[in-house]
Design a binder for this molecule. Structure first.
Ligand code: NAD
Length: 302
C-alpha cells in the first residue's frame, strides 16, 4: 500500500494511482492515531506533510515500509535517525517551494512598508486617506537568517529591489560582502529580519526578549520557517510596547493558534495560516517530485 496521510495535490495522487492500485489517501489521517497505526502496518510507502509524526513508534508499526515522501521541506516531524536504522529512504523536494516563500516574503515586506491592508480596510469603510508615511524597500537593510534554498531565493530578489543584505548562516557558503559572523551582527539595527532556518535545538526561540532588544523600533520581523523560532510572548510584549514596528507571521508556536490570538489581532501583525510555500505552482512541483521519487524507490531493489 501507498499511504498518504495529509493533503496532496491531485497530480501526485494521479501519478501514484496509475502506478499502484493500492493507494490509501486520507488527508486527515494524521489526526486519527489508531487508524494511522492500522494503515501504516500495511504500507510500503508513506507520504506526509508536516503534521504526521514519523517517529520510532510509528516506524515500529510499519514492517514493510521502504520509503517516506515529505510533501515539503521542513523535517522537524521526521526522525531521520530511525529511518536510517531501518534503511527507509526519505524523499524531500528540496527547494520546490523556495520561490513561493521568497515571493511571499518580498510581497509582505512591501505590503507592510506601504500599509496596503490598512488602506484597503479604510476604503471599504468609505475613507479616502492619502497616507504618505509608506516606505520603499530600496536602501533598507534586510537580515536573512539561514541561507538555504528559501534564504537564497529571498536574497536574490531583495538585491533586485536595491536592498542592503546581511546574511547569517554558519554552515553555508555566503558572499563575503553579505556574510555576518553572528546572528546578533546580522539583526542589530536591520530594517527587516527574515527567518529561513530549520527548527532545531539551536534555533528554538532564536527571537526572544534578549534578541528582540537588539532590533530597532522600526524593524519588521518575518517568520516563514517554524513558529517555535519565536518566543511569542516576548514578541507580543515588544509589539505592544512599540519596541518593534511589526511582524509577519506565517507560522505559529501553536497551529492553529486558537480564538484568543492576541498577536493576530494587532494591526501591525500580518498573519497567514502557514501558506508561504503553499501555491498551486509549488504544490504541483512538490507532488510530482515526491510521487516520482516514491515510484523510483519502490521499483528499485535498494
Ligand atoms: P534549507 O534546508 O534549504 O535551508 C536551511 C538553511 O538554514 C541551511 O543553509 C542551513 O545551513 C541553515 N541553518 C541551519 N541552522 C542554522 C542556524 N542555527 N543559524 C543559521 N543558519 C542555520 O531549507 P529552506 O528550503 O530554505 O527552508 C527553511 C525552513 O523554512 C525549513 O526548514 C522549513 O521549516 C521552513 N519552510 C516553511 C514553509 C512555509 O510554507 N511556511 C515553506 C518552506 C520551508
Amino acid at each position: 500500500m501507498i499511504l498518504i496521510t495529509e493533503m496532496i495535490h491531485p497530480i501526485g495522487l494521479d501519478i501514484l494511482s496509475r502506478y499502484d492500485d493500492d493507494v490509501y489517501y486520507d488527508p486527515d489521517l494524521h489526526q486519527k492515531p489508531e487508524a494511522l497505526a492500522d494503515r501504516v502496518a500495511l504500507a510500503r510507502a508513506l507520504i506526509v506533510r508536516n503534521k504526521t509524526q514519523v517517529n520510532a513508534e510509528l516506524i515500529e508499526r510499519a514492517p514493510y515500509l521502504r520509503v517516506v515522501g515529505r510533501l515539503g521541506v521542513g523535517l522537524d516531524n521526521i526522525d531521520q535517525g530511525v529511518l536510517q536504522q531501518r534503511s527507509v529512504r526519505l524523499i524531500v523536494p528540496q527547494g520546490a517551494n523556495a520561490v513561493s516563500v521568497a515571493e511571499y516574503v518580498l510581497g509582505m515586506a512591501i505590503a507592510f512598508q506601504r500599509r496596503f491592508p490598512r488602506m484597503m480596510s479604510q476604503l471599504r469603510q468609505g475613507q479616502w486617506i492619502r497616507d504618505m508615511s509608506g516606505g520603499e524597500l530600496a536602501g533598507k537593510t534586510l537580515a536573512v537568517i539561514g541561507y538555504g534554498k528559501a534564504g537564497q531565493a529571498v536574497a536574490i530578489r531583495a538585491q533586485a529591489f536595491g536592498m542592503k543584505l546581511r546574511i547569517y548562516d554558519p554552515y553555508a557558503e555566503v558572499e563575503d560582502s553579505w556574510k555576518t559572523e553572528s546572528f546578533e551582527e546580522a539583526v542589530e539595527g536591520a530594517d527587516i529580519i527574515s527567518l529561513h532556518v530549520p527548527l532545531t535545538p539551536q534555533t528554538y526561540h532564536l527571537i526572544n526578549s534578549l534578541t528582540l532588544s537588539l532590533l530597532h523600533s522600526h524593524s519588521l520581523v518575518i517568520n516563514t520557517s517554524r513558529g517555535e523560532l519565536i518566543d511569542e510572548l516576548a514578541l507580543l510584549k515588544a509589539l505592544e510596547t512599540e519596541k518593534l514596528a511589526g511582524a509577519v507571521l506565517d507560522v505559529r508556536e501553536k497551529e492553529p493558534p486558537g480564538p484568543q490570538d492576541r498577536l493576530a489581532m494587532l494591526p501591525n501583525v500580518f498573519s497567514t495560516p502557514h501558506i508561504a510555500g503553499l501555491t498551486e505552482d509549488s504544490q504541483i512541483a512538490i507532488a510530482r517530485y515526491v510521487a516520482e521519487g516514491v515510484k523510483e524507490v519502490l521499483d528499485s531493489n535498494l
